[in-house]
Design a protein around this ligand. Structure first.
Ligand code: PEP
Length: 248
């Protein structure tokens, strides 16, 4: 009932020509099927060129961040309408690197989620606990709190995607076990059932992110509440990303 979503977050990598080489490498290796969507999120500077290359391919374009205002004197910022204009369908919001390095708090992230929805795109709201929080036994309460805060005063919609990305698993080579991922995804879905109804919650896709690799994707995707993956490092290698997209 939920279409899987495999999303590549290229972070601050690739010039325009490198981005085109990468996307060509992915396109040449995958066959899209109805049961899954595939998304790439290049840096802002490569969005237009990659979007043009993806035209008609079925592979989708997304952005890694956005500003919440529609226009104005916000030097250096990119508005939702600008992303929509170059063909973005999804926007990653509240990635842990945005939270930790750029100081984004839950209120700022909530404004971005609203802005993405208002512009007719789908937000991928990222949540996840640090290792300190996990070791203190606070993982579930931190993640549940981030979900609630991210969705505050927003009407229920299945345009929303949530990515559970434990901070200790991002870029470290350590993947959460399928059972840890499933447990947290079930907790997130329970919060979504309070946000809307159980039926609404059942339609919202929950991605796992954190060192997903070709050899870990199959067991993660076998978890009932894991509906896809947000992939960082491995999305920069066409062969590995293609294998992740072709999970079994
Ligand atoms: C990410 O940045 O969203 C991510 C999951 O990175 P990695 O796959 O490299 O851990």
């Amino acid at each position: 009932m939920r279409t899987a979503l495999i999303a590549g977050n290229w972070k601050m990598h690739t010039t325009v020509s490198e981005a085109l080489t990468l996307v060509d490498g992915v396109l040449g290796r995958i066959t899209l099927s109805d049961d899954r969507e595939v998304l790439v999120c290049p840096p802002f500077t490569a969005l237009h060129a990659v979007g043009e290359r993806l035209r008609g391919s079925g592979l989708m374009l997304g952005a890694q961040d956005v500003h919440h205002e529609a226009k104005g004197a916000y030097t250096g910022a990119i508005a939702p309408g600008m992303l929509r204009d170059v063909g973005c369908r999804y926007v990653i919001v509240g990635h842990s690197e945005r939270r930790q390095i750029f100081g984004e708090d839950d209120a700022a992230i909530n404004r971005k989620v609203r802005a993405v929805l208002a512009a007719g795109m789908r937000p991928i709201l990222c949540v996840g606990e640090t290792i300190t929080q996990r070791e203190a036994g606070d993982a579930a309460s931190v993640v549940v709190g981030q979900v609630r805060a991210g969705l505050a005063d927003i009407a229920t919609t299945d345009a929303l995607v949530i990515a559970y990305e434990p901070v200790w698993a991002i870029g470290t080579g350590v993947t959460a076990t399928p059972s840890d991922a499933q447990q947290m995804h079930a907790a997130i879905r329970a919060v979504l059932a309070e946000w809307g109804t159980a039926g609404d919650a059942a339609r919202i896709r929950l991605l796992y992110g954190g060192s997903v690799k070709p050899d870990t994707i199959d067991e993660l995707m076998a978890c009932p509440d894991v509906d896809g993956a947000l992939v960082g490092g491995a999305s920069l290698q066409p062969e590995g990303f293609a294998r992740i997209v072709q999970y079994r």
